[in-house]
Every structure is written in C-alpha cells, then in structure tokens.
Write a new protein. Structure first.
Length: 178
C-alpha cells in the first residue's frame, strides 16, 4: 500500500469521494461540490505543521484518504482519520490501523493515536476494537448533522499497547511518499 502526498491532480477524485453518500454519511460535516474549495483545502493542509495527509493507493488504484491531524508534538499524540472512497477496496479498511500505528509510532515517534467515530459507524468502531484500541468513552449528542444529534465514540492506542497487540502486523508498513 502506498500513501501519496495529495497533489492538485488528486483533488477531483477526493471531492467525488468526499461528497459521495458512502463516505459523507459518517463525516462530521458535508462539503459543497466545489473544486475551488478543494484547492483552498489543499493549500491549508500544506501549511499545517501539525498534520500529515495522504491519498492511498493499492495496486496502482487510488482507494481513499488517510491522515494524522492535531498532532501535539510535545505530548507526542494525534488523531488519525481515514475513509475508503473506492468501494471496491472497502475491505482494506480492516488493515489500515496496523499501517497507521506502525507508521505513527515507528516513523513519527508518536506515543498515542486517537480516533473518533460516529456511533452509527459500527464497522469502524469494531475495526478499532479488533486491533486493540481502547474505547475510552463517548461524547453524547456531540455532532449535529442533518438536524439530528450523533454520539461520537473515542478510541486510543498507545505505542506500548501496540507493541504487544501489533506483533502480528509488524510487516504492515505503508510506502509513504513524502
């Protein structure tokens, strides 16, 4: 699996994914179908020293987006986020945690990664639990979307826990193009 720096040539694909029902139903916000807005977003993430953003590819096909955001370099923690936009590769989501944890702990030197998941996104909640992430609780009625409140579950993985849980995944290292 390759993680590529997001370039302007990727923006149309990301926009198509991000505005698809398959992806947006579990996102906190909905965005306008606006390529100029995507260009502004690209400039913003290029300036973000506390985030890392990639488009993922597998077998020479683009499959989705993955990032680490809100990195606190002093306390060595951040939030990881992803979506699979190419429905054909939805099953790869089950392996993304291993790739992310190996990269964040092994390459970036972080000590903890956290994730937030809408309550309705049961498959991603199970994905976090299956790879050993600890559910630390949930925020009740945390996101208002389409005139409806959504609870948000919070997960965390510490580097030390991953050293134990992730032994069988130590070969899952992304090919990160920086």
């Amino acid at each position: 699996m390759k993680w590529l720096n997001i370039e302007e040539e990727h923006l149309q694909q990301i926009l198509d994914w991000r505005t698809s029902d398959f992806v947006t139903k579990y996102m906190y916000t909905d965005i306008a179908y606006d390529l100029e807005g995507q260009k502004k977003w690209l400039e913003a993430i290029r300036q973000d020293s506390n985030g890392r953003y990639w488009i993922m590819s597998y077998r020479e096909e683009l499959l989705g987006y993955i990032s680490i955001t809100d990195i606190d370099w002093k306390h060595k923690r951040g939030y990881w986020n992803f979506y699979i936009g190419n429905v054909k590769y939805a099953m790869i989501a089950g392996f993304l945690g291993a790739y992310m944890y190996n990269y964040a702990f092994g390459t970036l030197g972080l000590e903890k990664l956290m994730g937030e998941v809408m309550a309705e996104n049961e498959s991603v909640r199970k994905l976090h639990a299956k790879q050993g992430a600890r559910e630390v609780g949930f925020f009740e009625k945390h996101i208002l979307k389409h005139d409806r409140w959504h609870d948000i579950y919070v997960f965390e993985m510490a580097k030390e826990r991953w050293a134990e849980q992730g032994v069988k995944f130590k070969k899952n290292i992304p090919d990160v193009m920086e």
